[in-house]
Design a binder for this molecule. Sequence first.
Ligand SMILES: Nc1nc2c(c(=O)[nH]1)N[C@H]1C(S)=C(S)[C@@H](COP(=O)(O)O)O[C@H]1N2
Ligand SMILES: [Mo]
Length: 522
Amino acid sequence: MSLKRAAETRTAMMWGVVSGAATIGVAELGAGIAQRSLPAGATASPLLAIGAEFVDRTPPWLKDWAVSTFGTGDKVALIVGIGLVLALLTAAIGVLAVRRAPAAILAWMALGLTGTLAVVSGPGNPVLLAAPTVLGALAGAAILLWGAARIGGLDESPQGTDGGQGKDPTRRRLLFGGVGITIVSALGIWGGHAIRSAEEVRRRIREAFPLPRASSTVAVPSAAEATVAGQTSYITPNTNFYRIDTALSVPAVDPTDWSLRVHGMVDREVTITMSDLLAEQHVEALVTLTCVSNQVGGYLAGNARWLGWPVRELLARAGVSPDADMVLSRSVDGWTAGTPLEALTDERNALLAVGMNGEPLPQQHGFPVRLVVPGLYGYVSATKWVKELKVTRFDADEGYWTPRGWSALGPIKIASRIDVPRAGNRIDAGEVMVAGAAWAQQRGIEGVEVRVDQGPWRTAELAGQPSEDAWRLWSYRWDASPGDHELQVRAVAGGGEVQTGESANPAPNGASGWHRIDLSVS
Ligand SMILES: Nc1nc2c(c(=O)[nH]1)N[C@H]1C(S)=C(S)[C@@H](COP(=O)(O)O)O[C@H]1N2
Ligand SMILES: [Mo]
């Protein structure tokens, strides 16, 4: 009986540690996967977070001792130490799980909560950072309870008479299962760590990227900025910029390996390297990128100050055949866009962009080099991670989306959007500020009009317009009376074209129609 009891305790301890390993494995792998979307310095890894907490709270004498004992291995020693403490705690909880399940669950939750708190406690850390740890703790709890139920049954089982020598089938299954789970968990911890280190390396490479100085700069006058709370800001911060692409995992391009090849209908093939590109005269431009999939009133548009080298200079160097009418640009992951040659050779600032709002391009927005072409939807122009330009013809080549139901040509349609108030908002009668953004790249916005309940169109107030290739913010003072109301907006482009009220779906060449919101005023 006492032999059995000792064997049961050993198995339960082992199983507790296995469950703990599973928790850490899931959490660390999840943290590694999450790393890409985290701001610099943040981590979702419970091991690292607990380690960091520990370091912050270590008294100086202990720190000195650790450094003098473990030297530069003090960090590893710390993580190993945390692992040992965790092993002891989970072993104890394993025993508890067999004898008093509710108490074990409470203890497990307390442990999970400790990890969770360590992860989210950093300044400005989003609560979502805790997700991998919570998932891990839940997975570990499930494994713990599953095993505990079987260990508890060992005594009663007719085969449970070997005194815990590991020969009865249930105990053997637990042993093998435990070894298996431990191996998978170790792989998870290792994988999470590997992903995180790779991500760190990418981050550093991007941070070290030497943005060239612009030979001509643009400034955003305060007159162009938003005037109403909740209105879109003139410049879209990089972290808020919409992202659209087909890449399942963001391509990692090392700028020192990057090159761009121009070929096809050219007099001479040209290949430029990063140092060639950075040595050219870069210019700044304010350009609003827009996705063809944007719905009327939608948010798949963003405005940035781009820094890049005009594509026309590169094309001139290659010498473009007069018979060509398209440039097929290709990304490192094989995506393509077919851009009218003219849009890349005329006076507009079609750029090989390396900078976005004063920073190197974010990974997700095409680091190290992308195309930005004013006036064209992204799917026919804005190739991220670009590595090749093929000068060709529309009757010989097509971009990625063309055989998939989207038009070969994609000029951006005039659009306007109401940002505030938001549809469905309940608002008080009286003066209400209505505000939003409007765009007609290449022409600029000459006017914005608002109408209430299908009444006459009224002129909205326009903010400044430092670039005709970017959106223009607008506002309108509305004297709202109680009741249900409908607001609509339309824009007038430079040159006089009025935005059509005729509705069209995004496919095949962009949505049209007036943005409308319904409100209830009390
Ligand atoms: N390599 C690559 N570039 C791409 C795409 C893509 O799928 N792959 N999508 C395009 C589309 S459809 C749009 S709208 C813009 C979006 O750019 P953003 O993600 O920087 O906002 O990128 C374009 N460039
Ligand atoms: Mo797009």
